[in-house]
Design a protein around this ligand. Structure first.
Ligand code: URA
Length: 235
């Protein structure tokens, strides 16, 4: 099996992201750093380490939801030595990885798992799962700005697909928006709010499809129940 495919199967990251990790020199096979992707490995014999930790195909799959606090990164390793979300998951022996990402200053629902197939499915751009966010933004958007947000606007040279937005609360200088998007582009909500001239001050993800953060306290985590797991696999 090719190295990046093996890494993706183990849940480390998508194949493309795994290629980046390889190019960054974070991956070892049998103690040797591999820079070129495409190396064929034998999952039964070769020892693969990512970021100095062994990764293996785990038969015991775990599925977790975390209410991510601000100040934590969703990457595997941080050059600036910032806090990593997996530091918050104590007592789980399996190596789990975040499904998709949240910015360091975004809080809320993050799913983590060692099920690489599910991660790849959920993060694939063709999979248009609704993600709901609550955003505190500067000012109060008017009707035209809200329509632009809903109909799609150009960010990073490409139009966003249809989105929902409602004003949940108005204050004198800020407002709270209830937002639903179906894509997972980099810093998408912030860029969309910036594009209508209402920059985000605070952002929280509250649901991914039917998986809802509910009353889970910030910084806490729990295992997903069987119904939630079956639902995610059905997407
Ligand atoms: N959109 C953003 O801008 N940031 C996130 O963390 C998630 C969605």
């Amino acid at each position: 099996m090719r190295l990046q495919k093996y890494m993706a199967k183990c849940g480390v990251a998508s194949r493309r992201k795994s290629e980046e990790l390889i190019a960054e020199g974070l991956v070892q096979v049998n103690g040797r750093i591999i820079i070129e992707p495409g190396l064929v490995i034998d999952p039964d014999k070769d020892v693969v380490k990512v970021n100095n930790k062994i990764v293996r195909l785990e038969s015991n799959k775990v599925y977790i939801m975390l209410n991510k606090p601000v100040g934590y990164v969703t990457t595997l390793k941080d050059e600036k030595d910032r806090n990593i979300v997996t530091d918050l998951i104590e007592g789980v022996n399996e190596r789990i990885y975040p499904v998709g990402r949240l910015d360091i200053d975004t809080s809320g629902l993050l799913i983590l798992t060692n099920d690489g197939d599910l991660t790849q499915k959920l993060t694939h751009p063709s999979n248009k799962i609704v993600k709901r966010y609550i955003a505190v933004v500067e000012g109060v958007p008017n009707r035209i700005e809200l329509e632009r947000f809903r109909n799609g606007l150009r960010i990073d040279g490409r139009k966003t697909s249809k989105a929902s937005v409602k004003i949940a609360k108005r204050y004198e200088h800020d407002s709270i928006l209830d937002i639903e998007i179906y894509e997972g582009r980099n810093r998408q909500v912030k860029k969309m709010c910036e594009a209508i001239n209402h920059p985000v001050k605070k952002l929280k993800r509250v649901s991914i499809g039917e998986i809802i953060i509910g009353g889970l306290e910030i910084g806490n985590w729990r295992y997903l129940d069987q119904e939630e797991i079956d639902y995610l696999k059905s997407l």
